[in-house]
Design a protein around this ligand. Structure first.
Ligand code: GAF
Length: 385
């Protein structure tokens, strides 16, 4: 971590010609279980990972905001008074969108100093590990600190979500920013997306001799276009047809009645959300009462539900999950919004290389590009470094 921080500080100095006031960082996340339940006001259980985005920040004497990063050659500059979502494009929409979103939560951009930001990240982009939430959360915590806003983590999560929804244009929920801001070492964040109450659930992977293996299929996805928004719209249609404000209000016992009211496709979308909420609750109980060895079947069932009912998996994700299950994983599922990205497998440490070799072989046999594979550990959320 200190090496990356040194790099970011050096990168900042090279671009801006002076030393930053400090650096802040925020992690990507793996969602253990609870997919597409956040915008349905249900339950999620993500954890922050040991891959982080770091922001070095310097204060200016005028009211201009400049952003630069390792992802782009350009330095983007805008007067704080001119920040609106419509003016923001490309990668810079993430950090600049956060500054705009802070103003929507009460920050007075006419009363704060300008800033220079330089950003680097070890969260892989496009792998479904929330590289975007990591940028938003790192920038949100940095600006909140230097602008002395005293916003708490749940508010900063809403700020990041607003930036993503309005400046980036992806109709995503609150999960990713919450995981990045609230995560703790060796714990998952159990979040009720209706009340926004959260609690930490011990994962105990290390003591149990288990590892989380991420299999990045390399199949790219975007939540600003296509399938993600379509799934969100089906859920809203399902809720309206059932006469409820959100699918959170539908329980597993209500499903037989829902089947009579809804067309087959909408029913399957609704069934995924309703059963997934129940699986999150069951996973929390299993972790608290028994330990991580007890959650494998819930992870497997979650994947089947996303594959068959919500239809957000792709052949590469299905192959990664099946191959992991056949080679010693105790559970596996795709993670994140779907249509590409990554799968996770919960694997006894002694089986990790067997699973990796098997997945490499299976991908080659099917003519799929070689996937990226690495283990992650549940880590600390956003912090000043
Ligand atoms: C993406 C979104 F950003 C989250 O809000 C969530 O909906 C997730 O997909 C699916 O669970 O990561």
């Amino acid at each position: 971590m200190s090496d990356i921080r040194d790099d970011v500080v050096a990168g900042f100095e090279e671009i801006y010609g002076y030393a930053p006031a400090g650096s802040w960082s925020a992690p990507g996340r793996v969602n253990l279980i609870g997919e597409h339940t956040d915008y349905n006001l249900g339950f999620v259980l993500p954890f922050a990972i040991n891959r982080r985005t770091i922001v070095a920040l310097g204060l200016r004497e005028d009211r201009v905001m400049r952003v630069a990063s390792e992802f782009a050659d350009e330095v983007v500059e805008i007067p704080l008074g001119e920040l609106t979502p419509e003016r923001l494009h490309g990668w810079a929409a993430y950090p600049l969108g956060v500054a705009w979103a802070l103003s929507q939560f009460g920050a007075d951009l006419a009363a704060v100093p300008g800033v220079d930001l330089y950003i680097e990240s070890t969260v892989p982009v496009g792998a479904g590990l929330s590289s975007s939430a990591a940028i938003e959360s790192a920038v949100a915590i940095a600006l909140s600190d230097v602008w002395r806003l005293s916003f708490d983590a749940p508010t900063l999560a809403k700020v990041g979500q607003l930036a993503e929804n309005k400046a980036v244009g992806a109709p995503t929920g609150i999960m990713d920013q919450s995981a990045s801001l609230l995560g703790r070492r060796d714990h998952a964040v159990f979040l009720d997306c209706r009340s926004l109450e959260s609690s930490l659930v011990p994962l105990g992977f290390d003591e149990a001799g288990l590892e989380i293996l991420v299999i990045d299929t390399g199949v790219s996805h975007s939540h600003a276009t296509g399938g993600y928004a379509a799934r969100r719209a089906s859920c809203e249609r399902g809720a309206a047809a059932l006469g409820v404000a959100s699918l959170r209000e539908v329980s597993v016992d209500d499903l037989p009645r829902a089947r009579e009211t809804l067309d087959d496709e909408t029913f399957r979308r609704v069934r995924h959300i309703v059963t997934e909420n129940q699986r999150v609750l069951d996973t929390v109980i299993a972790l608290r009462e028994t330990g991580p060895h007890a959650i494998g079947e819930l992870l497997d069932a979650s994947h089947v539900s996303m594959r068959d009912d919500f239809e957000i998996s792709v052949p590469e994700l299905d192959l990664a999950v099946e191959t992991a299950q056949l080679n010693g994983a105790i559970g596996a599922r795709m993670t994140g919004g779907g249509f590409g990205g990554a799968a996770i497998a919960l694997v006894p440490r002694e089986n990790i290389s067997r699973v990796q070799v098997a997945i490499d072989g299976a991908f080659a046999e099917h003519g799929f590009a070689q996937p990226g594979m690495f283990t992650v550990t549940p880590s600390e959320g956003a912090t000043r470094d």
